[in-house]
Design a protein around this ligand. Structure first.
Ligand code: GYE
Length: 341
């Protein structure tokens, strides 16, 4: 190639040529991110962008679908048309993906799904998945609530619980909602309302304000992510109430998920009683996965990330789920300071 170019005396300079050649070696990835609704999501996007860099051998195309599945369809079709080497998909909900993912498969483009899952008839449409065990997260939260209230001498029938749900149909919502529904039935808690708030702070606040107006006796808020919990706390305080753990003296106990810096700040203030971690820092794993998929080396089809839980106090030291013991860490300033997201 270079000698031919030299002979013809025209074409790309050797520097251009080198960069074109380099570009040819890069793995092109189209990343369809569902949105930017939460601190978790922003951290997830950043983590993946920071790993799929040129230095690491990638050419990344990024699309933010603003929580709209239709926009994700357009992004995926666009990536397929451009014949990327791999599609990374963080799906807004589980269903509806069969057609677009079939199109990607027909074009021989592998699809790596991150975070929430997709439900497709043909499982070969998904090359690999990495994310959290949302059902386990919910079980940790509910077992903690059971132990906590028992330790404080609060009877199950005294609990008046509301569930501020995530985006309906998202794996995180399904797992977390099922957890509180099952635990409420099993333990005899009064789960009086379940309302979706799309994982945002603004909706979390709005939903909680409405719930409080209807049910002034609420004493437990199970918020399906930190941003909703923070919004709910704002509504609680604006209604002249307090978020805390002293239910018998009128506090509203808030449970949350993600354990992002913003949520953990509320834990340290005692306003969120328990925050179950959901780790968004998936970039390095995604990088390894895509390289393995493209390089033809071994990889796991499903990877669960490791997670823990942080409490405002040390009343409950651990919970047991399916025979396995999970530590509940009392939050300290230094843990909060070291939080990356
Ligand atoms: O908990 C929430 C985000 O699917 C795990 O989505 C994710 C959830 C996360 O918006 O903050």
């Amino acid at each position: 190639m270079s000698s031919l170019m030299g002979l013809s005396g025209c074409g790309e300079s050797s520097a251009d040529e080198a960069s074109t050649q380099q570009k040819d070696e890069l793995i092109t990835v189209g990343f369809s991110q569902l949105g930017a609704e939460s601190d978790w999501r922003v951290a997830n996007t950043e983590s993946i962008k920071n790993s799929l860099t040129r230095e690491n051998g990638f050419e990344l195309m990024f699309d933010d679908a603003q929580q709209k599945q239709d926009k994700q369809f357009i992004a995926i079709r666009n990536f397929t048309q451009q014949e990327v080497d791999c599609i990374v998909l963080a799906p807004v909900m589980e269903t509806g993906w069969d057609t677009v993912l079939q199109e990607a498969k027909d074009a021989s483009i592998p699809v790596v799904v991150v975070d929430r899952q997709v439900k497709v008839n043909d499982t070969s449409l998904v090359t690999a998945w990495i994310g959290s065990d949302f059902s386990k997260e919910a079980k940790v939260a509910c077992e903690w609530l059971k132990s906590y209230t028992e330790a404080k001498g609060i009877k199950p029938e005294e609990l008046v619980v509301v569930d501020i749900q995530g985006t309906l149909g998202a794996t995180a919502q399904i797992g977390r909602t099922n957890g509180i529904v099952e635990a409420s039935a099993k333990n005899g808690w009064n789960l009086i309302a379940q309302v979706p708030a799309d994982y945002t702070q603004a909706k979390g606040k709005e939903v909680m304000a409405n719930l409080l107006a209807e049910h002034p006796d609420i004493n437990v808020v199970y918020a399906e992510n930190d941003n909703e919990a923070i919004g709910a706390i704002e509504a609680i305080e604006e209604a002249g109430k307090t978020a805390g753990t002293d239910i018998l003296n009128g506090d509203i106990l808030v449970i949350s998920f993600d354990a992002a810096h913003s949520g953990l700040t509320k834990v340290l203030e005692g306003k969120i009683a328990l925050d179950v971690e959901c780790n968004p820092l998936q970039g390095e794993e995604v990088e390894k996965l895509v390289k393995a998929v493209k390089g033809g080396t071994e990889y796991n089809k499903y990877t669960y990330v490791k997670e823990s839980a942080f409490a405002a106090d040390n009343t409950v030291e651990s919970v047991t789920i399916n025979g396995e013991e999970y530590d509940i860490t009392p939050l300290t300033q230094s843990i909060l300071d070291s939080r990356e997201y």
